[in-house]
Design a protein around this ligand. Structure first.
Ligand code: M6R
Length: 614
């Protein structure tokens, strides 16, 4: 989704802002723009539809001087992606420029009011009303810019992260947030501003995450000042960034997605480090242990998430019900938040989100909190909104995920859910010591198994060539592997744009089997588990109708091999961990099909990495 960058200091702002926009490209966008106060005191504004590179070409021969500026990548919501709707937006008199992430829900009313006062809008965006309103208040009330921003935001309904520049106050950037993230980086006599820490990390590791309703005043020569909408001062909490620059670069891989697929043995080691002891006899998730009584007394667990995180949640449901005997419900956060759900005070709500910024998941958390539930977060981005809104939680610690298609975050989420289920099961006594130890030891070896699976990448790349021209795909799995089938289908559709559906294998005969013919590739996850024989029968039904079968099987399997057109073997593991291993070849298959089709793998069309609007 939209990205914000800002700079104020002694250096030239333009190169820092452009580099920052490139760092934010992974979030997904369709236009970009920049506003700078030039060395001559002019408020210059350049914007362009398309990529940041298009903006750079547009700005090439123009005045890009200045030591203060703001820049933006826009993912269109109100108004089509074009030059006019791109941010920044000038105020009516062009003395202010503003960038905005989020959605202003009452923009139509505000726009009508301003139009009735003689204002003429230039774009179709909801954003433009904010900057017009700020200017109107500043000029009619005769207040300073910060006060005008505070008064304007008191009238605004919706979600926003904004940054605003004034030609009349060239040593200042004002920024504010509500339900959309904003981070201030603090350097030596300079400030950085961004919607996430990626554009900041190479300049400073000291950051302040703004909270909802806070306004940051970045003024040359002064320390950071934070106030609320009513001007009450807030003491900024300076945190250290754990991220490093190499995590934000491709490191020799052609795409971030491939790099992130290959990182998984290491990211899962990082995820379990310090939580499982070397002997493999104990698992400690401090977020659980610190809230032991509350969590152990849960009568029900509800998991809320979106997209890939929702698929991880479905595996979590199997894990928790199987090992802990606690009933679990998995909900799309976007549905949960709007359907007046029954949430009891002794429910535990687990929110899963890689970015920690997904608007629907955050809203589901707020709803569950307001009904008295205890909220546990499973996030990747440290300090993110969801991580901060929860009562307790566990980070997955897989490092920044830049590819829009989630890979290492998915396996990290499932690994944390596995540790969570094992911790709870052990505490509740719902697994025998033998089973507990066997599972913990297996989990320790998953990173090595992934390394083995990755060795098949060249064979999977070859296989992908055969299916590059398919128009549809079906993915099948049962039990623990059903969510892995859903995830495999999502990976393929989002990066290759091939239509793909995931089904529980036994459901095929209730309708979808009508789709099967010799043109239909079917990816079947058929690892050796408690319902292996049943899955084989389901594969036979596909084969009988000439479907082309690509099967993920356990090493040494012969039964499925004799029916399938292609097999990809994975090491034998305990059933609860099968979906982690099965997802690796499915990530590679989707990746190579998309590459063979010439798709923009890291930034697929229409998608955003961090979905901060509902
Ligand atoms: O950051 P989150 O985990 O909350 O994101 C949820 C989904 O938007 C995300 O998983 C999305 O489905 C990915 N593009 C999947 O690859």
């Amino acid at each position: 989704m939209c990205g914000i960058v800002g700079y104020l200091g002694a250096r030239q702002a333009y190169p820092i802002l452009i580099k920052g926009l490139h760092r934010l490209e992974y979030r997904g966008y369709d236009s970009a723009g920049i506003a700078l106060i030039s060395d001559g005191g002019i408020l210059n504004l350049y914007k362009s539809k398309g990529k940041v590179a298009d903006l750079e070409r547009f700005a090439e021969a123009k005045d890009t001087s200045g030591t203060v500026g703001i820049a933006h990548t826009r993912w269109a919501t109100h108004g089509e992606p074009n030059d006019l709707n791109a941010h920044p937006h000038y105020s009516q008199s062009r003395s202010l420029a503003l960038i905005h992430n989020g959605i202003i829900e009452n923009y139509a009313v505000l726009r009508l009011e301003l139009e009735s006062k003689g204002y003429t809008f230039r774009s179709n965006t909801d954003t433009e009303v904010i900057v017009y309103l700020v200017e109107y208040i500043r000029d009619t009330d005769g207040v300073d810019l910060c006060t005008a921003v505070q008064l304007a935001l008191q009238q605004v309904v919706g979600a926003y992260a904004i940054a605003i520049l004034s030609k009349d106050d060239p040593d200042c950037i004002i920024a504010a947030r509500k339900s959309s993230p904003l981070v201030v980086g603090i350097g030596e006599d300079e400030f950085f501003l961004a919607s996430d820490a990626t554009p900041i990390v190479e300049y400073t590791d000291r950051v302040v995450y703004l909270d909802d309703g806070e306004i940051a005043v970045l003024r040359r020569g002064e320390p950071l000042r934070v106030v609320d909408l009513h001007n009450a001062p807030v003491t900024p909490v300076v945190r250290r960034l754990a991220m490093n620059l190499s995590q934000l670069e491709k490191g020799g891989y052609p795409h971030f997605m491939l790099k992130e697929i290959y990182e998984q043995p290491q990211t899962l080691l990082n995820c379990i480090r310090g939580r499982i002891n070397i002997e493999g006899t104990s698992v400690v998730l401090s977020g659980i242990i610190d809230n032991r009584e509350r969590i152990l007394s849960a009568r029900r667990i509800i998991i809320v998430a979106c997209g890939t995180s929702w698929h991880a949640a479905l595996i979590g449901e199997h894990l928790i019900e199987d090992l802990c005997r606690i009933p679990v419900e998995v909900e799309y956060a976007s549905e949960f938040r709007y359907r007046n759900p029954v949430i009891l005070p002794d429910d535990i709500v687990i929110a899963i989100s890689q970015s920690g910024e997904t608007a629907d998941t955050l809203a589901a958390v707020e709803l569950a909190k307001s009904r008295g539930a205890f909220i546990y977060g499973i996030c990747n981005v440290v300090g993110s909104s969801i991580a901060r809104a929860t009562d307790s939680g566990s980070y997955i610690h897989v490092g920044p995920e830049i590819g829009v298609a989630s890979t290492k975050a998915f396996t990290g989420q499932v690994t944390v859910l596995s540790m969570l289920a094992l911790t709870l099961a052990h505490e509740k006594g719902t697994v025998t010591d033998e089973r507990f130890t066997a599972l913990v030891r297996e989990l320790q070896h998953i990173p090595d198994h992934i390394t083995q699976v990755l060795k098949q990448a060249p064979a999977i790349a070859d296989l992908a060539k055969t299916f590059t021209y398919a128009r549809n795909f079906i993915y099948l799995g049962r039990g623990y592997n059903y969510p892995a089938a859903l995830e495999g289908a999502l990976k393929l559709k989002e990066i290759s744009y091939i239509h793909a559906e995931g089904y529980p294998a036994a459901e095929m005969k209730h309708g979808p089997i009508a789709l099967i013919d010799a043109e239909m590739p079917v990816v079947a996850i058929a690892t050796t588990d408690s319902i292996y024989e049943k899955t084989i029968s389901n594969i036979q039904e596909i084969k009988a109708r000439q479907g082309k079968i690509i099967a993920i099987v356990t090493e040494g399997d012969t039964a499925v091999r004799s029916i399938a057109d292609h097999v990809i073997p994975v090491p034998r593991v305990a059933e609860p961990f099968a979906p982690i291993l099965a997802s690796i070849p499915l990530q590679l298959l989707a990746y190579y099909i998309a590459v063979h089709k010439g798709r923009d793998v890291d930034q697929p069309r229409n998608l955003a990495k961090s979905v901060t609007v509902e």
